[in-house]
Design a protein around this ligand. Structure first.
Ligand SMILES: [Fe+2]
Length: 381
């Protein structure tokens, strides 16, 4: 089977190894003549980024880059990005990277033409309708990890640098016009990033699958996404150059993010405040939280996850699924607790209050309360 295709769901996706070479055409299709490539500081100097800038330059599109982006991007990064976008007179954004580069790139394209502050567009009720949608710049998104799936998402996670809370900024036009999924870009990822990002994709699939909301399309996608992670994450982890495994993980990432339109849950509700306060890796934090959250949700998800286990070829129903998660985490060197992540005395009160106001909380199959959430965090500590 050739792992190369063009998809139009949920947006136009050019999938396949080496397809970064189509970046100039992707810009043309998105009507971008003067792009600003937005990525994080770590990626800015890497070969894949320089090669991408060369491709743009060769096509007469310039080589403008903005990379003042923190691992958990905040409103200051967004303001600086918008200033660079305006100063360079750009007409579109290439969002390039893992979650931080993609999320910030999307926000820059969105905010550049708006007159209201970023927090006015938080994903609450219909706040997104406050935006002037006619002036949102087009976006080409290029993931360089396989986890966040932000390249197919209609939101960005931005940390409020004053309150240290992660906020979701939403608008339907955050969805990039063209996505290039080139698994070759993920070949150089360090092992722990391969593990953490891959388990973020897995958490998206598991939480979407377990969420009680009605969305059968997402349900099917989440299930197959889990299967791809089960089959291919161990391979991508043990052999960084396994391009078939990297390809399937890149699909799983896009599938997880598409599926979580159905909802997320306690894993992300906990991981968001933990990451915002302690700057831990998002996907790795999810993986640490997952075993305890599965037990927490057991009364509501026992039968559903038994069905998933069946599909995945895991014996033993719900118990078997949980055992599989423990073994997967162990094989990918995921710590078993927050202490293992380097958080010795977590501020439980702050994590509880952050979790209870996190939008992911609403998708958890068991109602999260002050009392049960506190117990859950103590267990994970
Ligand atoms: Fe996530």
């Amino acid at each position: 089977m050739t792992l190369n295709a063009n998809w139009s769901y949920p947006t136009a996706i050019r999938f396949g190894a080496g397809r970064i070479s189509e970046i100039a055409d992707a810009c043309f299709v998105a009507s971008i003549k003067k792009p600003l490539l937005v990525t994080d500081r770590g990626l800015a100097g890497m070969e894949i980024t320089q090669k991408t800038l060369n491709l743009l330059d060769d096509a007469g599109l310039g080589r403008a880059i903005f990379s003042d982006v923190d691992p958990n991007p905040n409103e200051k990064n967004a303001a600086a990005g918008v200033a660079a976008y305006k100063a360079g007179n750009h007409d579109g954004v290439i969002a390039f990277g893992g979650g931080s580069g993609l999320d910030l790139g999307k926000v820059v394209a969105f905010l550049a033409g708006q007159s209201r502050p970023i927090w006015d567009f938080e994903d609450i009720d219909d706040w997104w309708t406050r935006a002037n949608s006619d002036v949102i710049a087009p976006i080409v998104a290029i993931p360089t990890t396989a986890g966040t799936g932000s390249e197919v998402g209609r939101a960005s996670v931005i940390t409020n640098s004053i309150t240290q809370q992660k906020k979701i900024i939403f608008h339907p036009k955050f969805l990039p016009t063209v996505v290039i999924c080139d698994p070759e870009l993920t070949v150089g990822m360090p092992k722990f990033i391969t593990a953490g990002t891959g388990l973020d994709a897995f958490a998206h699939c598991v939480e979407a699958y377990c969420s009680p909301h009605y969305h059968p399309m997402s349900q099917g996608m989440a299930l197959e996404g889990m299967r791809l992670v089960k089959e291919y994450l161990p391979r991508a982890y043990s052999d960084a150059k396994d391009l078939e495994a990297r390809s399937h993980m890149m699909s799983a990432a896009a599938m997880g993010a598409t599926a979580f339109q159905k909802g997320l849950g306690a894993i992300h509700a906990l991981s968001h405040p933990i990451g915002a306060i302690y700057h831990t890796h998002h996907g790795t934090t999810n993986a640490v939280c997952m075993p305890a959250v599965l037990q927490f949700n057991k009364p509501a998800i026992k039968d559903t996850l038994a069905e998933a286990a069946n599909y995945l070829g895991i014996p033993g129903g719900f118990v078997g699924f949980c055992k599989f998660v423990d073994e997967l985490n162990d094989s990918l060197a995921i710590p078993k607790s927050l202490a293992g992540l380097g958080i010795e005395n977590p501020d439980i009160d702050r994590i509880v209050s952050g979790a209870l106001i996190d939008p992911s909380t609403g998708g958890n199959p068991i109602k999260m309360t002050e009392e049960n959430t506190r117990k859950l965090i103590i267990e994970i500590s």
